[in-house]
Ligand binder design. Structure first.
Ligand code: FES
Length: 327
């Protein structure tokens, strides 16, 4: 269940390819274009080619030069659950619904040193942060890791902005980002802001906590938590006497919703833990894609985050009555 807010209309002004898989869009909101803080995202309602209504959240790059449009950049996922394909199908003149920008990934400019880390399309919130920190004369470096050179969108802009404070890592060229070593080099009070896939986020979390660093200095946002080779699996809910399938293009959370099971959720990226459910039994293997559960909890397979995690090779018996322990 999500809190309802006032949706407004916005018109697509431009859709520009940045790479074979990434497009940048300018969206003109009817109710005025507020200046988004670095790290903000834009909730958007989309309709897929087969008529499904989806809500997705995309990080904002900022506003267009004339201040009239919000800018987002979206990578087309393979496979797509529909959202990225629907965004890529948008053309100038299309009208859609948006909420005002929201920010759960705030940049604190007070830290004495900032390390920005972007994995792939995670560069979208990080770009605005880099611009804001450079404008303040802050001590900042940016590490930008991608699979192939094609994925290095905005690299020229970032090089002009940061010079040698930008380092890129292209894994297809054998370049690896050693996040543990980078964390170890930081000043004790440094801030790490990361946007990338769950694996990179988990590695950063582990290095951060191993170094005894203050938790509030690590901020992150994840994406791309959907399994790249998703397969359908069955779900049993004994409490509801219900059994159903989760399709490859559907999350467990969506399948629960489609079957009339109300489940709490918020981030839908495996970060907040609101959708975590008790696992009673597994046939096959749970693919945890969250960054909320601890490594020990993921290994134990007694809970899973329904927004991002899946099952391979069978199915799962769940208890829908999970509630967090009182603090
Ligand atoms: S909704 Fe936040 S972890 Fe699932």
């Amino acid at each position: 269940m999500r809190i309802s807010q006032d949706w407004q209309t916005a018109t697509v002004r431009r859709s520009t390819p940045l790479s074979p898989t990434v497009r940048e869009l300018e969206l003109l909101p009817d109710a005025g274009c507020s200046r988004p803080a670095p790290g903000s995202h834009l909730p958007i309602r989309l309709t897929t080619a087969d008529g499904r209504r989806l809500t997705r959240q995309y990080s904002l790059l900022g506003r267009s030069d004339d201040g009239l449009a919000w800018r987002i950049a979206v990578k087309r996922c393979q496979p797509s659950r529909g959202g990225s394909a629907a965004v890529h199908a948008l053309v100038a003149g299309d009208v859609l619904q948006v909420l005002p920008p929201q920010n759960h990934f705030e940049l604190s400019v007070r830290a004495p040193q900032h390390l920005l880390v972007a994995g792939g399309i995670g560069i979208t919130p990080i770009l605005g942060m880099a611009q804001a920190l450079v404008a303040r004369g802050a001590d900042v470096r940016l590490l930008y890791a991608v699979r192939s050179a094609d994925d290095l969108v905005y690299a020229d802009l970032l090089r002009a902005l940061l010079g040698e404070r930008l380092q890129t890592f292209v894994s297809s060229q054998g370049q690896r980002l050693d996040i543990a070593a980078e964390v170890a080099r930081l000043q004790p009070d440094a801030q790490l802001l990361l946007c990338g896939p769950a694996g990179l986020t988990r590695a950063a979390q582990a290095a951060w906590h191993a170094g005894g660093r203050p938790a509030h200095r690590l901020r992150f946002e994840t994406f791309g938590a959907v399994a790249t080779e998703a397969e359908p699996f069955w779900v049993d809910l004994p409490r509801h006497n219900l059994r159903f399938q989760v399709a490859t293009d559907q999350t467990l959370l969506q399948a629960l919703d489609a079957n009339g099971i109300a489940t709490l959720s918020d981030c839908q990226r495996g970060e907040c833990g609101l959708c975590a459910m008790d696992v009673l039994e597994v046939q096959g293997r749970v693919d945890h894609h969250d960054v909320f559960l601890s490594p020990a909890e993921r290994d134990a397979n007694r809970r899973l985050c329904a927004c991002v995690s899946r099952v391979r090779g069978g199915g799962i018996v769940l208890d829908t009555a999970y509630r967090p322990d009182p603090a």
